[in-house]
Design a protein around this ligand. Structure first.
Ligand code: CO8
Length: 257
């Protein structure tokens, strides 16, 4: 696929997407965001891919939305071009997505990481929502997802006073799954993604959907939906295969049906 600002490749069963605007700290301009979302959606439909990893480079995952592109925009222009809506496409991805973060994950960069299902961080990662310093607030879920991820007190400090979190702090606050030395963070994310990609595809999709529902909805709605998803999985061949394989003491072979 002819992308200019991202790199995309399949490694094993993992679709690896690398933000590739290093001269601008991977600032997320409109073109880059469209390419990223197009590539994620393509891998979501691709049978050879079971999970995705989004990464940047050692210095920057992404330093936020492209300020130079936004600086002169009117509210009307921002709405017409739906700058925020393109970030929202990540929510529709059904396969697991892992962010492999090193260096700066600021503003929209932090929001992309928070929109992923898991975060693997290098020891040099730094997370922040510095929008207050340029006269705005996070617009791609930061006020909502960050607050759920790290709690109200820390989110307030980050969003109202530009506190950045070190990788260690983000790990302690439960925002990050794995904390890894810089030279190993991408491999760690790819290994985690490969492990997940080898699991039963329909159960993966149902599990992701239900956890996201827990994040967004009420407990009673979530419990009702979970029960339905659980029963639905008994219509699949993979459920029969998984349980039969356990009984026969062998490894299951998933078909995704
Ligand atoms: N936008 C545009 N260009 C950027 C951005 C950015 N967000 N970040 C860095 N760059 C550019 C710099 O302008 C510079 O370009 P040039 O060489 O042409 O001057 C180049 O990248 C290298 O950057 P620095 O020289 O500044 O590198 P430093 O190592 O000194 O500093 C920092 C790195 C700390 C990351 C610094 O660049 C910085 O503070 N960047 C801005 C961070 C920021 O404020 N991010 C929030 C942006 S707003 C946002 O994300 C809102 C999202 C809302 C939803 C989406 C709607 C579209």
């Amino acid at each position: 696929m002819p992308y200019e600002l991202i790199l995309s490749e399949i490694r094993g069963r993992v679709g690896l997407l690398t933000l590739n605007r290093p001269q601008a700290m991977n600032a997320l301009n409109n073109q880059l965001m469209h390419e990223l979302m197009d590539a994620l959606e393509a891998y979501d439909k691709e049978d050879a891919v079971g999970a995705m990893v989004i990464t940047g480079n050692e210095k920057a995952f992404a330093a936020g939305a492209d300020i130079k592109e936004m600086a002169e925009q009117s509210a009307r222009q921002m709405m017409d071009r739906d700058h925020v809506g393109v970030f929202g496409r990540i929510r529709t991805i059904q396969k697991p997505v892992i962010a492999a973060v090193s260096g700066w994950a600021l503003g929209g960069g932090c929001e992309i990481a928070l929109s992923c299902d898991m975060i693997v961080a290098s020891e040099s990662a730094r997370f922040g929502q510095p929008e207050i310093t340029i006269g705005v607030i996070p617009g791609a879920g930061g006020t909502q997802r960050l607050t759920r991820a790290v709690g109200k007190a820390i989110a307030m400090e980050m969003i109202l006073n530009n506190r950045t979190l070190s990788a260690q702090e983000a790990y302690q606050f439960g925002m990050v799954n794995r904390l890894v030395p810089v030279q190993g963070y991408l491999e760690a994310a790819l290994t985690l993604a490969e492990e997940i990609a080898a699991r039963a595809p329909l159960a993966l999709r149902a599990g992701k959907k239900m956890i996201n529902q827990a994040f967004e909805g009420t407990l009673s709605e979530g419990l009702t939906a979970e029960k339905q998803e659980f029963y639905n999985l008994f219509t699949t061949e993979d459920q029969k295969e998984g349980m039969q394989a356990f009984v026969e003491k062998r490894k299951p072979e998933w078909k995704g049906i």
